[in-house]
Design a protein around this ligand. Sequence first.
Ligand code: GLN
Ligand code: MG
Ligand code: MG
Ligand code: MG
Length: 441
Amino acid sequence: QHYTAEDITKMVKDENVEFLCLMFTDINGIIKNVEVPVSQLDKVLANKITFDGSSIDGFTRIEESDMLLHPDLSTWLIFPWGEEHGRVARLICDIYKTDGTPFEGDPRVNLKRVIKKMNDMGYTHFNIGSEPEFFLFNTDENGNPTLKLNDDGSYFDFSPVDLGVNVRKDIVLVLEKMGFEVEASHHEVAPGQQEIDFKYQDALSAADSIETFKLVVKTIAKENGLYATFMPKPVQGINGSGMHINMSLFNGDDNIFDDENDRLSHTAKQFLSGILKHARALTAVNNPTVNSYKRLVPGFEAPTYIAWSSKNRSPLIRVPAAKGKSKRIEMRSVDPTTNPYLAIACILDAGLDGIASDYDLMPEVKDNIYEMSEDKRREEGIVDLPSTLHNSLKALRKDEYVQQSLGKGLTNSFFAAKNAEWARYQQTVSQWERDTYMSQY
Ligand code: GLN
Ligand code: MG
Ligand code: MG
Ligand code: MG
């Protein structure tokens, strides 16, 4: 929805809003916010609110740390909770430098840059439907998460077994109040695991929505005495949480991926070839934590190989049978720890490279890759996804195209943050190692 400054001023008055929460994300996709009382509204609308960016991950600019918040008025939303302390409305912001130009290190600014590139190539929308999954854990008497999952339910289970159902309903109701169009919500395969799907949106709104969604889920779970986590693999031995990304390229009302006579249009195949070409480097962005790789193992419905299929769900990319406006490709590796602005920018740009470079598309796999022999996989040219954060960072280091999708500043801060994370992990001695080696050697 498009709002003018006058609209916002009127809504602040009419709705008795007392605080404005100015939101943006750091490189890790963590929501940051500057909260100002509505007395500052004029300054907010004039893009004059500043903050010190030097202590925000990925924002460090030694020479100048003051940054400006440019609110995107179309993201206006009143939080339907916490009213007892004063009504809060949020606006998602782009970060600008004090010289008045957009800050390239802001993931949202970077996504807009890639969208502009897409527009220049003749496409109006990159539509994204995401399928975030999460776990609900019980909390202890201090409200801290325990390791006890909140139910023993399973795929599409219904109450009374599915204790998550009431919380899920609460979450869905709040999301709808906030303008989300929720299409489906269901218990996932693992105990305590849930999924909520909302209607596809253009790339920028989709990234905004994913961030807001995580905030809503955590807030409402907490109100219900539960703890929600988007950590990809919180419990070993059961499925992890992914965030499938369904995507299609539109020109006005036309879905460019659709073709009456084929499973995918020629452009869709080119787009797909670009994603497959850059898949290893994209993994660093789409699966950016040490824990992400504990999910990307065989046997838990998460992909481990770079391939595509319209027949089965084992490969990285699935082409669902839907037709017309719903024709899309689904990337199944992405998990909810990704910064959605970075993930969507890099996936889109990889696809655009496929269109521009017209790479050969590998034939689709018809069999379950998990059951293929290594020889057969080699014959079909099927390569593994990186198996650790370390390996995916190496792949990103080798792929200058995907680095360019992030831009120089974000690439540098991404490597700085992630190399440090890997080093900390590498130096940690785990209980598994003590259990396995201490008595053996
Ligand atoms: N949880 C699975 C994953 O890790 C996906 C399961 C599904 O949606 N079918 O990706
Ligand atoms: Mg799903
Ligand atoms: Mg699912
Ligand atoms: Mg899916």
